[in-house]
Design a protein around this ligand. Structure first.
Ligand code: AOF
Ligand code: ZN
Length: 375
C-alpha cells in the first residue's frame, strides 16, 4: 500500500523510526542511536502507541522504551526498529526477550546488527518465537545513520565526516597569519548541528594553533550537546593559553600524541584537565592515523567529525579513512597565495569509485556539497 509521503506503510513508519534514532546521534556511544516505533491497529487504521530512541550513554536500548510507552497496546502490534534487536546479555537484557514478552506479533527492521554478539541471531530468535519478521526496509538510509557503529564493529575505527571550507577559488586559508572567514552564518549553523551529532570533533595541531577554535556547539537549545574535542598533536605543541585548554574542565578534551612528546607538556595539559593518549608514530614522527582511530574506537567512539585542516584532511584521505566529506564553498575569491583546500589524495577519493554526491545545497551565499562512501 502506498502513502502520500511515498513508499509503503512500512516505509512510512520506518522513516519515523529513523528520524527518532537520529535525535540521539552523538550521545549514545559506544552504542548506536536506534529508533523504535510500536504501531497498533488494523490495516488503514494504524496508530502509534509507543516510540523510543536509545538513551544517552547507550542504555536503555530503544525497544524497551518504546514497549514501555505502549504498555498493553503492544499486544498484537508491529514494532519498527532501525537496527536488528539485540539477542545478547550485555549491559542490558536482550531486546528480543522484551519484544516477545510484550506480545508484539510482527517486527520490521532496517538492517542487521553487525555486532558479532547479535549478527542475525536477533532476527532468528524473533522468527523462532513465531513472530513475523520483515528486514531490509529503508536499509540504505539506516546504514548511513548507523555508519559509525558499522565501521567500529567491522573495521575497528569510528566513521569519519570531513568538513572543509574553501574560497571560491579553492583555498582553505589565506597567507600565513591572515584570519579568513570563508563561510557565512547559515553554513556555520549547519556545522554546529553536525558537531552536535558527532561523538567527537577532531582537528590537527596546525588548525588548533592557527585558528584557536573552541569547537563547541553554540546553537540555541543545543549548547549542552558539545561533544568530546580531540587534537592530534604529535609533539604536544597545544598552548596552555588556547581556548581548547582553558575550557577543558567544562568540555572534555583529549590530545592524541606520540612517545616523543615532552613529559612536561603532558603534565601541563593534565593540570588543565586535558587527557593525553599515546599512539604509534609514522617513520617521520607524525601520528599514525590508523593507529589513532583504532584507539579512539577502542574507547567507544563511533562518529568523528573532522574540521581540519587541509593537511590532516589530505592525510586521512591518503589512508582511506574518510567516509563522508562536506565541502563548503564561500562566495569570495582571494586570488593566488593561499593554502589549497583539497589536495590530490582527497580529490582522487571523492572522484573515484565508492563515493557519490548525496547532498548539494545552498547555505545563504555558500554552496555545500556532501560526498559519501557507500556503507
Ligand atoms: C538494540 N537496541 O537501542 C541499541 C542496540 O552493551 P549493551 O547491552 O548496551 O549492548 C550494546 C550492543 O547492542 C551494541 O554494540 C549494538 O550491537 C546493540 N545496540 N541494540 O537492540 C538499541 N542501541
Ligand atoms: Zn537491545
Amino acid at each position: 500500500m502506498s502513502t502520500s509521503e511515498g513508499g509503503t506503510v512500512d516505509d512510512r513508519f520506518m522513516r519515523l523510526a529513523l528520524a527518532l534514532g537520529r535525535r540521539n546521534l552523538g550521545r549514545t556511544w559506544p552504542n548506536p542511536s536506534v529508533g523504535a516505533v510500536v504501531v497498533a491497529g488494523a490495516k488503514g487504521q494504524e496508530r502509534i502507541v509507543g516510540q523510543g530512541v536509545t538513551a544517552p550513554g547507550g542504555r536503555p536500548h530503544a525497544e524497551p522504551l518504546a514497549l514501555e510507552m505502549a504498555g498493553d497496546a503492544a499486544r498484537g502490534a508491529t514494532l519498527y526498529v532501525t537496527l536488528e534487536p539485540c539477542s545478547h546479555y550485555g549491559a542490558t537484557p536482550p531486546c528480543v526477550d522484551a519484544i516477545i514478552a510484550a506480545g508484539i506479533t510482527r517486527v520490521v527492521t532496517a538492517i542487521d546488527d553487525p555486532d558479532p554478539r547479535v549478527a542475525g541471531r536477533g532476527h532468528a530468535r524473533i522468527a523462532e518465537a513465531g513472530l513475523a519478521v520483515a528486514s531490509g526496509i529503508l536499509a540504505d538510509e539506516a546504514a548511513r545513520d548507523h555508519r559509525g557503529h558499522i565501521t567500529r564493529v567491522t573495521q575497528g575505527r569510528p566513521s569519519l565526516h570531513l568538513k572543509l571550507a574553501r574560497t571560491k577559488d579553492g583555498f582553505a586559508a589565506g597567507a600565513p597569519d591572515e584570519r579568513l572567514r570563508i563561510t557565512g552564518p547559515i553554513a556555520d549553523g549547519a556545522v554546529h548541528l553536525w558537531r552536535a551529532h558527532a561523538d567527537a570533533i577532531l582537528v590537527g595541531i596546525g588548525t588548533a594553533r592557527a585558528d584557536d577554535p573552541s569547537l563547541t556547539v553554540r546553537l540555541p537549545g543545543l549548547w549542552q550537546r558539545s561533544p568530546l574535542r580531540i587534537v592530534l598533536d604529535s609533539n604536544l605543541r597545544l598552548s596552555p593559553a588556547s581556548h581548547l585548554v582553558r575550557s577543558a574542565r567544562d568540555i572534555p578534551t583529549l590530545v592524541v600524541t606520540t612517545r616523543s612528546a615532552p613529559i612536561h607538556a603532558k603534565r601541563m595539559l593534565g593540570s588543565f584537565g586535558v587527557e593525553t593518549i599515546q599512539v604509534d608514530a609514522c617513520p617521520h614522527g607524525r601520528i599514525d592515523l590508523s593507529s589513532a582511530l583504532s584507539q579512539l574506537a577502542e574507547r567507544g567512539l563511533t562518529r568523528l567529525c573532522c574540521e581540519g585542516g587541509p593537511h590532516l584532511a589530505e592525510a586521512l584521505a591518503a589512508s582511506d579513512l574518510v567516509d563522508v566529506c562536506t565541502l563548503i564553498t564561500g562566495p569570495r575569491a582571494i586570488g593566488a597565495g593561499g593554502l589549497p583546500a583539497v589536495g590530490e589524495a582527497l580529490n582522487g577519493r571523492l572522484r573515484g569509485a565508492g563515493f557519490s554526491v548525496t547532498e548539494a545545497r545552498a547555505f545563504g551565499s555558500d554552496l555545500s556539497v556532501t560526498y559519501e562512501r557507500s556503507v
